[in-house]
Write a protein that binds this ligand. Structure first.
Ligand code: HDD
Length: 718
């Protein structure tokens, strides 16, 4: 076994190495013997040492005791929040030097690739909960820079539920399962959450985000990330500017629908985790551009909100997001526990040139993360766990504590010293020494909220007003679902009252759906702080957001429903085109095995109705031609359900030639003649000899993702 030791810094002009091959602490079992923890070779590990073949096990069996002891202690406490997560390695590169804004070394040189480790998570659920619950997603990035680690510990939502970190325990207790029966798991649809938010109106803005489609991402590659707080960037000359961090997904933003996510939670609780893992394995790397909103210090007070208030965002229409670099996630972890579980993000991990502000939520976080790791990772030495080690060597006088896995040499364990030749020396600016921004501070001690934090509704209103019509409907339905699960009538009524302060029409629609009288006016009219704001922000809408990337089918999954007699030729053309575009195509039939295609072609079927998980596991459904196949499919309830459900969830559905027979047998009401080419409400049909034309339309439909217009048709079962 290799002894763990500190990594030596390996720097090249272009890449800061955090490469697996150079990390001596990685255990590599290939070509080795099984050993005990003391490196004693082990010859037999399947039977305990016994007094006689049928006799009792002996306490001297050190191998048995070691193996069982290690097993008994495999679990560590899961994270208090964000317990369920999955992660990937990658790298970040800046497009051009940001020296004008910051002295942070990793933001200077476009040729430098800075290694990163990103952990995505849900917030409320336990480690084993499902991925596709309605929740905020954590988006935490550790940059292993040449000047030490910088952690950007953000979410996929740009604001937070509370303004001051001292409320965090209250908020988390309220949203987590209730204390007497520990229900519900990974869901905010219960009394204590809505009780809390109805009494804490500062949460209303984030509640709107949580009820929106943002809380149901199709993939981690399809969601934005945000640093949330206002940070400070400081350049070499000491000039500071405020900054909001954004991650913009290169593949664009897409979400799932509520009925679908609930079903996926049962069929594949690992849906987002699997998607992340598999996309990296096949080389379809998730990418995000880093965006900055830069605000001059002199403009601090010009907005209709306080920049230090984390329940507010800076509308992109007021301060544009400059895209300054790109992060690519290109390597899966080798070991979930050692990397994804043991990674310790700390908001206080900053590099010189990136600094904090007085945001009271951020201030509490600067304490909380370091503190939480002490219990979670069993003591103060968690920074030397391999995944947490910075690239440069660590030199200081910190010592001892549980699990010290570096062997300090030398006698001087204090500063200043002479017997160690004064080492380690104090670093200067040239050495990347952290220099705090010299922010002037004065004031009397108060336990109070600033009046500039008082408007809790204007931006909740902005969010609701900025939704596209389908997104607004989803928001209303989500609120109806959640409040419908609340058992105490007084809590529901109080929430509707709060909603009336956001938007009376919206509150009335929610109320009507849960049998409450619709409010006629706002319970408490809102007074916004004077200053710059906007009435609508298209950037907040998934659908109307500007600068959308070109539609792509890369990473999308298509189910092809097949039976004996399927038209193999046109299917081959369409399948090849979809796969060339990066989509994944599964042939789904009544059973796994083969089906006989036309022209004596045998097609391999790897998924059945049962094992595929059904339409919810796919982004689009294709029914190829072939009269016999279509007749068979039309007699299968499972095939009809596939189509009905996909239609209900607004997914693209394609039928070539006789494939339309299945669509007619389902309840989606396709009236077109089988040989007519066309696209209607995301249903794409084509004549059998027009596979190429079909592919073009079907690809465009998959790129569009969903056809919300169908939602008005309530007659379709799912
Ligand atoms: Fe937090 C974990 C994001 C407010 C205290 N938080 C955690 C993680 C993310 C966030 C992504 C998981 C990191 C990982 O993958 O390991 N948290 C946020 C954001 C917040 C926020 C974006 C608001 C802007 N958090 C917040 C507050 C506090 C905490 C106000 C406490 C005062 N958060 C924690 C924690 C966790 C944590 C208890 C649990 C596990 C951990 O830190 O390492 O310390």
């Amino acid at each position: 076994m290799k002894r763990p030791r500190s990594r030596t810094t390996k720097k090249t002009t272009t890449t800061l190495s955090k490469d697996a091959a150079l990390e001596p602490f990685r255990e590599r079992p290939e070509g080795t013997f099984l050993t005990s923890d003391q490196a004693i070779p082990i010859a037999q590990t399947d039977d305990s040492l016994k007094a006689g073949l049928r006799g009792p096990s002996l306490i001297e069996d050190f191998h048995l005791r070691e193996k069982i002891t290690r097993f008994d202690h495999e679990r560590i406490p899961e994270r208090v929040v964000h317990a369920r997560g999955s992660a990937a390695h990658g790298f970040f590169q800046v497009y051009e030097s940001l020296a004008k804004y910051t002295r942070a070394g990793f933001l200077q040189d476009p040729s430098v690739k800075t290694p990163v480790f990103v952990r995505f998570s849900t917030v409320g659920g336990s480690r084993g909960s499902a991925d596709t619950v309605r929740d905020v997603r954590g988006f935490a990035t550790k940059f292993y820079t040449a000047e030490g680690n910088f952690d950007l510990v953000g979410n996929n939502i740009p604001v937070f539920f509370i303004q001051d970190g001292i409320k965090f325990p209250d908020f988390v207790h309220a949203v987590k399962p209730e204390p007497d029966h520990e229900m519900p798991q990974a869901s905010s649809a219960h009394d204590s959450f809505w009780d809390f938010v109805s009494l804490q109106p500062e949460s209303m803005h984030m509640v709107m985000w949580l009820m929106s489609d943002r809380a149901l991402p199709r993939s981690y590659a399809n969601m934005e990330g945000f640093g949330v707080h206002t940070f400070r960037l400081v350049n070499e000359r000491g000039q500071a500017r405020f900054c909001k961090f954004h991650w913009k997904p290169v593949k664009g933003m897409f979400s799932l629908v509520w009925d679908e996510v609930q079903k996926i939670a049962g069929k594949d609780p690992d849906f987002n985790r699997r998607d992340l893992w598999e996309s990296i394995e096949r080389g379809d790397f998730p990418e995000y551009e880093l965006g900055l909103q830069i605000i001059e210090e002199r403009d601090e007070d010009k907005f209709a909100f306080d920049l230090l208030d984390p329940t507010k965002l800076v509308p992109e229409e007021l301060v544009p997001v400059i895209r300054v670099g790109k992060m690519t996630l290109d390597r899966n972890p080798d070991n979930f526990f050692a990397e994804t579980e043991q990674v310790a993000f700390c908001v206080s991990n900053l590099v010189s040139g990136i600094d904090v502000t007085n945001d009271p939520l951020m201030q509490a976080r600067l304490f909380s993360y370091l503190d939480t790791q002490l219990t979670r990772l069993g003591g103060p030495n968690f920074a030397t766990i391999p995944i947490n080690r910075p690239i440069p060597m660590v030199h200081n006088h910190q010592q001892d504590g549980f699990h010290r896995d570096v062997i300090p040499t030398g006698k001087a364990n204090y500063h200043p010293n002479s017997i160690g030749n004064g080492c380690p020396f104090l670093a200067g600016a040239k050495d990347g020494a952290f220099r705090h921004f010299p922010q002037p501070v004065e004031g009397v001690k108060v336990r109070q909220r600033a009046p500039s934090f008082a408007d809790h509704f204007s931006q909740a209103t902005l969010f609701v007003e900025s939704m596209s019509p389908p997104e607004r409907i989803h928001l209303i339905k989500a609120c109806q679902f959640e409040l419908g699960k609340v058992t105490r009538p007084e809590i529901r009524a109080r929430v509707i009252e709060q909603f009336s302060n956001i938007d009376v029409a919206f509150a009335a629609e929610v109320a009507t759906g849960i049998g409450l009288p619709p409010p006629k006016k706002a319970a408490r009219p809102v007074t916004a702080k004077p200053g710059k704001s906007v009435d609508r922000s298209p950037a907040l809408s998934l659908e109307e957001t500007p600068n959308k990337p070109a539609p792509t089918i890369a990473g999308r999954k298509v189910a092809v429903l097949v039976a004996d007699g399927v038209d193999a030729a046109s299917l081959a053309t369409v399948k090849a085109a979809l796969e060339n575009g990066g989509a994944m195509v599964d042939l789904v039939a009544k059973t796994i095995g083969t089906v006989a295609g036309s022209n004596n072609k045998t097609l391999v079927v790897e998924k059945s109705y049962l094992t595929s998980g059904g339409s919810v596991m796919y982004d689009a459904i294709l029914v190829p031609g072939g009269a016999a196949a279509a007749e068979t499919l039309a007699s299968h309830g499972d095939a009809k359900h596939f189509v009905n459900e996909a239609y209900k969830h607004c997914k693209p559905i394609g039928a070539i030639g006789d494939g339309i027979v299945l669509l007619r047998a389902s309840q989606i009401g396709v009236a077109r003649d089988s040989y007519e080419d066309g696209v209607e409400r995301g249903v794409v049909t084509a004549a059998p000899n027009n596979a190429r034309g079909f592919t073009k339309d079907f690809t465009a439909a998959i790129g569009q993702h969903r056809f919300w217009v169908r939602e008005a048709d309530e007659s379709i079962p799912a």
